[in-house]
Each structure stands twice: as C-alpha cells, then as structure tokens.
Design a protein around this ligand. Structure first.
Ligand SMILES: NC(=O)c1ccc[n+]([C@@H]2O[C@H](COP(=O)([O-])OP(=O)(O)OC[C@H]3O[C@@H](n4cnc5c(N)ncnc54)[C@H](O)[C@@H]3O)[C@@H](O)[C@H]2O)c1
Length: 328
C-alpha cells in the first residue's frame, strides 16, 4: 500500500505521519508513506524528525500539476492536509488561501482521478458551517463560512464533492473542530498563550473572550481521519469533534493555572474581524458508522501539551520568530 500525505510537515499532518509510520494504525501497517509538503512558514521537517527514515519526503507544491502527477503514481490512499490554515492571516491577505486551499485541492483531485487513486480523504474544518448559537451542526448543514480561510476551505469541500459526483472519485471529507497538542505552530491560540505565559509575557484575548470552541486533541483527530481512510463511505462527509466546549476565557483560565500565572497576564485586544461566536459539531455520524469516540481527556491532554512546550523551547522559539517575520 502506498499512502500520499500532503501537508505532512505541518501540525496535524506530522502527527498523522508519526503515528502511521510507527504502527498506530494496524490496517495500514507496512505502508509506503510519501509526504508532499511545500514547507511554507508553517511546515518543518523537524516535526517529522522522530520518524526520519521511515517515509519519503518530497518538497513540492500541491498547486503544481506536474509534481502532483508524479507523486500520485502508484498511490492507493491520499490524505490531504496541506493548506494555509491561520484565520488571522487570511484576514490580512487571502490570495495564498485561495491558491493553496482551492487550486491546490483541485490539482490534487484531478491528479488522483488521473492516477486512479483508490481513496482520497480531504481534511476540512467545522468553520465551513459558520457560527452557531445553540445546538450542533450535522454534516447536512448549509455552508456559511465567514472568514476568507473558511470560505476557501468550503470551496475545496465543494470541489471534493463535485469530483465524487461527476467522476466517481472515492473522496470522503472530514470536518473537525479546533485541534490542540504538541508541534502546533506558535501562532495559534494555545501555543501562543502557553509560550508567552512560560516566558512571563502577556496574552492577547480577543473581544469579550466569550467565543466558544470545541477542543479536539490532535491524536483523536488523526484517529478519526484514519477511521475515515479505512472505512468512510465515498462521497460522504464526517464531522470529528473533541467534546470539550470552552469559552476563550475559560481556556485562558486553564492555561493561566497550568503556568502559574494570573489575570494580570491577560491583555484584552480588539476582537478579530468577523469572529465566529461558537462552533459545535455533531459527531453522531462518525460515531455510529465508524465507531469514533474521542479518547484524550481534555485536562490530561492540555497538561501534557503545556509540558511539551515547556520541554521543547528549542522547537518553538525559532518558529515564533519565523511567524513574526512571515507577518511582515
Ligand atoms: N489546526 C486546526 O485546529 C484545524 C482545525 C480544522 C481543520 N484543520 C485543517 O487541517 C489541515 C492541517 O492543519 P494544520 O493545523 O496542521 O496546518 P499547518 O498550517 O500546521 O500545516 C499546513 C502544512 O501544509 C503545508 N503547505 C501549505 N501550502 C502548501 C502547498 N501549496 N503545497 C504543499 N504543502 C503546503 C505547509 O508547509 C504545512 O506543512 C488543514 O487542511 C486545516 O485546514 C485544522
């Protein structure tokens, strides 16, 4: 079996690759794994260093049809993580989001179709549904993306759906909630807050801090993706959630407690433009069909994550600098 993982040098993709090549997913044991990644500011081969030698790495752009055609040859399964993923960056400039998330996904879908790939898992986000006051989204909910990031992901989901409907490409879509865990790039809220607090610096809390997010440990997310890769029905969408909904204030309180800081380290800042109030996915479909259940307890997962950032300054310090310079 040959598995092509796009964006495998990023946060979630690298977790998936580390687990896959370490034998955590027995159905794919012994698979040849190829990582295709452009290594943008968000990607790093260091994320894959613990499993170096157990996979092939190709530096390339998913928007490049010749690179994609070459890498699709002989591939049985594609797991597509590669994306521009940071909402704030999509607000200050959205062109790269449209290029990678829309054109890049289309290029991969076409490449997979041409090569006769047997299964394609397109990793998406619950942000495509917009914002919800009460209740949770099922997979049939209308798409109402509010940021350029989520609009570009919704566009890629529609292309994936269309390649299934038009060409019969065996593509399944996953839509997950907010991930956390080790190796998350220090521009997202948990790594920014943890690393700032470890260093005794303030943390910026958007608006009134009452926006609600459902937190999903990256290990649970990757387990859900693997279930879809093994048994998801082509043409279907599967929500993947973690089951821990918290306001950003509640999350901040927990991070302050975990790092021994108090509210004097919190600096309220102007709210993000178009900030979605609440995300909440209904995971009954993937639970019933594929037996998915989040396994990482949030308290334990968060404590482990904080500990990981404490122990891995050499990993995040240069990336934080890179994040700053990539902004300018
Ligand atoms: N992080 C989350 O909480 C979250 C939540 C929902 C959905 N997702 C989705 O999961 C996927 C992975 O997210 P992540 O947090 O690991 O992202 P990330 O930003 O950490 O990693 C993205 C990876 O894609 C690579 N990449 C970017 N553009 C590329 C291109 N044109 N060609 C090849 N490689 C390219 C980058 O180098 C990087 O390694 C994305 O599709 C994202 O939309 C993430």
């Amino acid at each position: 079996m040959r598995v092509l993982v796009t964006g495998g040098a990023g946060f979630i993709g690298s977790h998936y690759v580390r687990e896959l090549v370490s034998g955590s997913y027995p159905a794919f044991a012994g698979a040849e794994v190829v990582v295709l990644d452009k290594l943008t500011y968000a990607g790093s081969e260091t994320n894959l260093a613990p499993v170096a030698g157990k996979f092939e790495f190709v530096r390339g752009d998913i928007c490049d049809p010749s690179v994609v055609a070459e890498q699709m040859r002989g591939v049985d399964v594609v797991v597509h993580f590669a994306a521009e993923s940071h909402v704030d960056r999509s607000i200050t400039g959205s062109a790269d989001f449209v290029l990678t998330n829309v054109l890049g996904t289309q290029t991969l879908l076409q490449g997979a179709l041409n090569a006769g790939v047997g299964r394609f898992v397109h990793v998406s986000t619950d942000e495509v549904y917009g914002s919800i006051e009460d209740g949770s989204w099922s997979e049939n909910h209308v798409l109402e993306p509010n940021s350029p990031y989520s609009a570009s992901k919704a566009s890629s989901d529609l292309l994936a759906r269309a390649f299934h409907r038009t060409h019969g490409l065996p593509v399944s879509i996953t839509r997950c909630s907010n991930n956390y865990g080790p190796y998350q790039f220090p521009e997202k809220v948990i790594p920014v807050f943890v690393t700032n607090l470890i260093d005794g610096r303030k943390v910026p809390l958007y608006g009134d801090g009452l926006n609600v997010r459902d937190w999903l440990h990256v290990d649970d997310h990757c387990r859900g993706i693997q279930l879809v890769a093994e048994g998801g029905r082509p043409g279907e969408i599967y929500n993947i959630g973690g089951g821990t909904e918290l306001t950003n204030r509640e999350l901040t309180e927990r991070l302050l407690a975990a790092t021994g800081r108090d509210w004097s380290f919190v600096e309220p800042v102007q709210d993000r433009l178009g900030h979605d109030r609440r995300y909440s996915v209904d995971i009954s479909k993937i639970s019933a069909e594929l037996g998915y259940k989040p396994q990482v307890d949030f308290e334990v997962g968060l404590a482990d994550t904080v500990e990981w950032y404490r122990e891995n300054r050499a990993w995040w310090e240069p990336l934080k600098e890179r994040a700053q310079s990539a902004k300018g």
